[in-house]
Write a protein that binds this ligand. Structure first.
Ligand code: PGA
Length: 255
């Protein structure tokens, strides 16, 4: 019942020119978006209007990589939910581990961003995941469930189906190392149980949980085959039309 969501996180890559090229390559490689899969690209903010123009006639959606939790005002360098919806964003990534690590995002800011996004009609993709050290110390379950609980704290039940969680073990991001399908399934299932405890079984079943961390065409199938893996948040492999399209086609085959 959950549709796959294959989302590209372009990070700090592709200004407007390269965004136009990459989207055009993607549309050529994938003339129609498969029925069973939602496809999303998240370029840098400066390229969002280009993405909007390039995707006017396409079912490929676009979103932002970050947003502020206030409506407007003296927050130099930030963008608001209203600005993102004005250009046509559907989704926004919240609390990516790189933002937590390099830009001091905390569970509290991720929570505020999540609530603000949902209020504005944007679907947040809330990123959670443990470091290698935390996994070695066997505290990954506790860590990740705390992150999920903090982000969703007080989110109204009516909005929970618009929320997406991305489980991204930090040790797998950009490293070429991936969680095994079993590790991913175990964590995704744990996350779904946390949501069921916070809300109920039905809400938990409605939330899409993506895997992120070196998802590539060669490992996407075994990850996407897992019961609780509902798609991918893809960095490196989303920067080439071919590899991104291949992952989308794998999801289509499994849908
Ligand atoms: P990666 O990035 O696919 O390059 O590991 C994933 C992410 O950080 O969202």
């Amino acid at each position: 019942m959950r549709r796959f969501l294959i989302a590209g996180n372009w990070k700090m890559n592709c200004g407007p020119g390269e965004t136009a090229t990459l989207i055009s390559n993607l549309k050529q490689r994938l003339p129609s978006v498969p029925d069973g899969v939602d496809v999303l690209v998240c370029p840098p903010e400066i390229s969002l209007t280009t993405a909007a123009d390039e995707l006017v006639d396409s079912k490929i959606m676009f979103g932002a990589q970050n947003v502020h939790f206030e409506d407007n005002g003296a927050f130099t360098g930030e963008v608001s939910t209203k600005m993102l919806t004005e250009v046509g964003c559907h989704y926004v990534i919240a609390g990516h581990s790189e933002r937590r690590e390099y830009f001091a995002e905390t569970d509290q800011t991720v929570h505020r961003k999540t609530k603000k996004a949902l209020e504005a009609g944007l679907k947040p993709i809330i990123c959670v995941g443990e470091s290698l050290d935390q996994r070695k110390k066997d505290v990954h379950d506790t860590m990740v469930s705390k992150q999920v609980q903090a982000a969703l704290n007080g989110v109204d039940e009516s909005l929970i189906q618009d929320t997406v969680i991305a489980y991204e073990p930090i040790w797998a991001i950009g490293t070429g190392e991936t969680a095994t399908p079993e590790q991913a399934q175990e964590m995704h299932n744990m996350i779904r149980n946390v949501i069921a405890d916070l809300y109920d079984e039905r809400s938990a079943e409605a939330v899409r949980i993506l895997y992120g961390g070196s998802m590539k065409p060669h490992n996407a199938e075994e990850l996407l085959r897992q019961t609780d893996v509902d798609g991918g948040l893809i960095g490196g492999a989303s920067l080439q039309a071919d590899s991104f399209a291949e992952i989308i086609e794998i999801a289509e085959k499994l849908s």
